[in-house]
Write a protein that binds this ligand. Structure first.
Ligand SMILES: [Zn+2]
Length: 166
C-alpha cells in the first residue's frame, strides 16, 4: 500500500504489526497541511482538490471525531465542492490506510476518529457527541479467554451518557 519515506515506523494495528511507511495522524502526530497532496500521491491516491481539502479539515488541527454527514456539512459550510459520496469514499479509504479509526457507535452511525491511538470514548446519546477517554483513565479487569487460538487485539469501550428525564 503506502510507500512514502516519511520515516518508517512500526505501527501496532492489533492482529498484525504493520510496518507503515507513512505517519499522518498516527498516534496524533500531524503533518503540515502543505504536505498533504504529496502524501496522498505517495499512498496511491489522486490528490484531487476535494480530497486535499477534506484532508485539511480532518488532519489540519486537533484530533476529532466526524461522521460522513458531519464532515459533509462542514465541507459545504466552508465552501468545499464535494459530494456526500466522495466524503464517504474518502473516509473509507483513509480508514483502510489506518489514518482514521472507525468507531461504530450503533448500527447506523459510524464515527471516524483522527486519533488512532488506543483510547476509549464517552458517547452522549442525546447529542451524538463523542469524547475521548484516555486509555489510562479506564481499566478493563477480568478479560474472558477468547475462543480457539484467537487473540484479543483491541478493546474499545464506549461509555454511554444520557440525560435522564426530569
Ligand atoms: Zn477518540
Amino acid at each position: 500500500m503506502a510507500n512514502l519515506s516519511l520515516g518508517k515506523q512500526e505501527v501496532s494495528m492489533g492482529m498484525d504489526n504493520v510496518t507503515s511507511d507513512y505517519k499522518l495522524s498516527l498516534n496524533n502526530e500531524y503533518m503540515p497541511i502543505e504536505d498533504i497532496p504529496e502524501f496522498l500521491r505517495n499512498v496511491g491516491m489522486r490528490a484531487s482538490k476535494p480530497r486535499v481539502q477534506l484532508s485539511e479539515l480532518l488532519f489540519g488541527g486537533e484530533g476529532r471525531h466526524v461522521t460522513a454527514e458531519s464532515l459533509y456539512e462542514e465541507a459545504i459550510h466552508t465552501k468545499i465542492k464535494v459530494t456526500l459520496t466522495t466524503v464517504y469514499n474518502t473516509l473509507n479509504q483513509f480508514s483502510e490506510l489506518g489514518l482514521l479509526r472507525e468507531i461504530a457507535v450503533d448500527g447506523n452511525r459510524t464515527y471516524y476518529d483522527t486519533n488512532t491511538s488506543n483510547h476509549h470514548h464517552f458517547y452522549n446519546e442525546n447529542s451524538g457527541q463523542l469524547y475521548d477517554i484516555d486509555s489510562d483513565d479506564l481499566k478493563v479487569i477480568g478479560l474472558p479467554t477468547p475462543p480457539n487460538d484467537q487473540n484479543i487485539w483491541r478493546i474499545d469501550v464506549i461509555v454511554r451518557l444520557k440525560k435522564m428525564q426530569e
